[in-house]
Design a binder for this molecule. Structure first.
Ligand code: C2O
Ligand code: CU
Ligand code: CU
Length: 518
């Protein structure tokens, strides 16, 4: 009998149509409307795709963003002028090896700094909260992009104000391309903004006027701020028309605290897709999946084959129900007393409708190989224990909350470490993120049942643990081992942070400095 691994390996080599085994959807989802056109980035304006030529000047400033239904919301964005066009929050599209020169101009009325999430950069170029600049001040970045092709992003890391500033808009995609990306694009005839769609998923609270509201109470500061309106590319209940062919979705969880369990559904059945990339770029080959957790900060690069569908068919991008596991003991009781958003973490809902407008087409063959993922050599690596827990209503990393001038984690350059991240049993899921490096997930232990059910990739790992990662979700009670190679060729000591990407947790101090000693 074929085991699941072998089946997946085979499945990746045959046309997608052969993998159309439907699973039964267990959870009905709220579905109303879905008649607003999905906002799709163009080549200018908000989220326009920008290929940097020469210096780039980004101004962090207040603006207003048009929402569906003729409403607008106060917004924060990075505005720039480039080759005669104005952009807000440009989607930066660069080739590996590109040298970038960027100036951040703080036109806000409080501190800010821009962080390049997932990029391998010297500490001073990374956008560390220690480098927060005041209003009217500029910060200069000069670096070479040396990451693999993949879906990275950039966002504010203002000390103490990251969640609020990101919530109001200071974030966008940073898409890196190398030869593997070119080969994939050619093999599947993918076009960024047409059949290759970056989609950021967020949850917001809106007032009567349709404006974003960010006003976490003390409990929400501790647990995370949830919205009850789900937006894809800032569009509530969006739809987009698709042809009967393969589409690529680069999903980014840009929410401050909400976790999604990503699925596609046709009627009441799950519609399988292929995962082709995680945080740090393309996987070795496509992996079939139908349910994947996506935590704040994480990216999921997927292919959806609509060639078996026909005109009039509808497929929903959906978040499936799950147990948020937020309520161990004391905290569960408090959550009950204090109440929370009307849409809880773990509730099911539709995110986006895909409407097929063409008759079925010919099946497209997926490439059997996407890229090369070299395993980090872990022989002899030191093991570092990282413990996540709560005390005195604060989330702690190894007993610490963030202190700007303390360096609880020091590692030696050019060494490999195994971090054994253990989350307390009475806790919450924490998406843990490291700056400056991509890591590899080695194993998951003591995972909750809903994670074990997806752990078909060896050592308790799920499909979102494959390849390269910069953010990993650690559930209550779980122990996740990651391997990090601290090699770099930057001169001198380098300073980064390691933190929870639940941005309320991060602002609340669930972060530590990390120094890589030369
Ligand atoms: Cu997107 Cu410090 O993180
Ligand atoms: Cu980051
Ligand atoms: Cu957290």
């Amino acid at each position: 009998m074929l085991n699941r691994r072998k089946f997946l390996a085979l499945a990746a080599a045959v046309p997608l149509t052969a993998v159309g085994a439907y699973a039964i959807l267990r959870t009905p989802a709220r579905a109303t409307g879905f008649s607003s056109p999905l906002f799709i980035p163009g080549d200018g304006g908000p989220f326009g795709v920008l290929i940097p030529q020469g210096k780039l000047a980004l101004v962090a400033e207040h603006g207003t963003f048009p929402l569906a239904g003729g409403k607008t919301t106060p917004f924060l964005w990075y505005r720039t002028q480039h080759q005669g066009k104005t952009y807000q929050n440009p989607i930066l599209n660069v080739k590996t090896g590109t040298q970038l020169s960027v100036t951040l101009d703080n036109a806000l009325d409080e501190g800010t700094i821009l962080h390049w999430h997932g990029l391998h950069l010297p500490g001073k170029m990374d956008g560390n909260p220690r480098d927060t600049i005041g209003p009217g001040v500029q910060y200069h970045y000069d670096f070479t992009v040396n990451n693999r092709s993949g879906t990275y992003w950039y966002h504010t890391h203002a000390h103490g104000h990251t969640a609020k500033q990101a919530y109001f808009g200071l974030a966008s995609f940073f898409i890196v391309e190398d030869e593997d990306e070119v080969a994939l694009r050619e093999a599947l005839d993918l076009q960024l903004g047409v059949t290759d769609l970056p989609v950021v998923i967020q949850d917001k609270r809106l007032n009567q006027a349709g404006e974003f509201v960010y006003s976490p109470n003390p409990m929400e500061k501790m647990m995370g701020y949830l919205g009850d309106t789900i937006l894809a590319n800032l569009t509530p209940t969006p739809f987009t028309e698709i042809g009967a062919r393969i589409y690529r979705f680069r999903l980014l969880n840009g929410s401050t605290a909400r976790i999604y369990k990503i699925a596609f559904a046709k009627g009441e059945k799950l519609f399988p897709y292929h995962v082709i990339g995680n945080d740090g770029g393309l996987l070795d080959k496509p992996y079939s999946a139908s349910e994947v957790f996506l935590a704040p900060g994480e990216r999921l690069d997927i292919l959806l084959d609509a060639s078996t569908l026909s005109k009039g068919d509808e497929v929903y991008l959906r978040s499936l129900a799950f147990d948020s596991l937020e309520g161990g003991g004391m905290m569960g009781g408090m959550m009950g007393v204090m109440g929370s958003a009307s849409l809880a973490n773990g509730d099911a809902f539709n995110i986006m409708k895909l409407a097929v407008t063409q008759p079925s087409g010919a099946a497209q063959r997926l490439p059997a190989r996407l890229s090369k993922v070299n395993p980090i050599k872990t022989a002899g690596a030191a093991v570092r224990a990282i413990n996540l827990e709560m005390a005195q209503m604060r989330w702690l990393i190894n007993g610490n909350t963030y202190q700007m001038d303390a360096f609880p984690i020091e590692v030696k350059r050019n060494t490999v470490e195994i971090w054994e991240i253990h989350n307390a049993g009475h806790s919450m899921p924490h998406p843990m993120h490291i700056h400056g490096f991509q890591f590899q997930v080695q194993s998951r232990q003591n995972s909750p049942a809903q994670v074990r059910a997806l752990a078909s990739h060896g050592n308790g790992r799920t499909v979102s643990d494959l390849g390269w990662k910069d953010t990993v979700l650690v559930w209550p009670g779980e122990t996740v081992r990651i391997a990090i190679d601290f090699s770099h060729d930057f001169g001198g000591d380098q300073t980064y942070v390691f933190h929870c990407h639940n941005l309320e947790h991060e602002d609340g101090g669930m972060m530590v400095n990390l120094r890589v000693r030369a």
